[in-house]
Each structure stands twice: as C-alpha cells, then as structure tokens.
Ligand binder design. Sequence first.
Ligand code: COA
Length: 96
Amino acid sequence: MLWRFRHTWRLYSIASDPGRQGGGIGRLLLAAAIDAARRGGAVALQLEARETPALAGWYARHGFEVIRRLPDYYANGDDAVRMRLTLEPTGASPVR
Ligand SMILES: CC(C)(COP(=O)(O)OP(=O)(O)OC[C@H]1O[C@@H](n2cnc3c(N)ncnc32)[C@H](O)[C@@H]1OP(=O)(O)O)[C@@H](O)C(=O)NCCC(=O)NCCS
C-alpha cells in the first residue's frame, strides 16, 4: 500500500503470505513500489518499520536508510524506525 504525496511517497504497508515468505515475493513488491514512486515523480520513498534486525535489515539491504528512531511508536509499545530511500530520477531500481 503506497500513499502518494507530492515529493516523498510513503510505503504504508507491504506483506506476503506467511507461508511464502523468504521466496522473493516481498522483494518483487518492494521493487514495484519503488518503480511506481519513481515513475510518479517522487524524490524519495519513506516508511516506518518495527525496529527488528530482520525487518529493518531487509529494508536496509534494499537501499533504505534509518533517518529517525521512533520509540514507543506502536500501540503495544514497540519501537519503530523511519527509513528513507532517495530516488534517482532515472536509472535502475536498487532492488535486484
Ligand atoms: C517483510 C516481508 C514483506 C518480506 O516479504 P518476503 O516475501 O519474505 O520477501 P523476500 O523473500 O524478498 O525477502 C525476505 C528476506 O528474508 C529472508 N528470509 C529467509 N527465510 C525467510 C522467512 N521464512 N521469512 C521471511 N524472510 C525470510 C530472505 O532470504 C530475504 O532476505 P534477502 O533480502 O537478504 O534475500 C514479509 O516478511 C512480511 O509480509 N512480513 C509481515 C508484514 C510486515 O512486517 N511488513 C512490513 C511492515 S509493513
């Protein structure tokens, strides 16, 4: 789920079926989201993610950088990180 804004788009939600995780579907969804944002004229894509090594690390491997820590962000008190991918106007997606 992508929210379109004028300059910085927001990746609000991304998920693959729990029984299929680790099979590359998430990578394809993320690549499609990045391409859509770039084609839509966004200068960056931002998201908030649970601050777990698995999830934040997954985004980091795909080019996102932590720009802010968000303590006590979720309803259950879990911390989050705000992450940002700066988009080049042209060129290939960093997701391989
Ligand atoms: C985050 C999420 C979308 C990734 O989707 P995915 O289909 O597992 O994505 P991929 O298969 O492309 O990549 C998963 C990574 O975890 C690794 N992995 C291996 N086994 C895995 C497993 N059983 N489950 C999850 N990831 C696994 C993969 O090797 C891969 O690492 P890599 O990028 O270094 O190659 C998915 O885990 C998910 O739906 N999580 C629950 C919802 C969520 O937390 N969404 C994000 C916040 S909105």
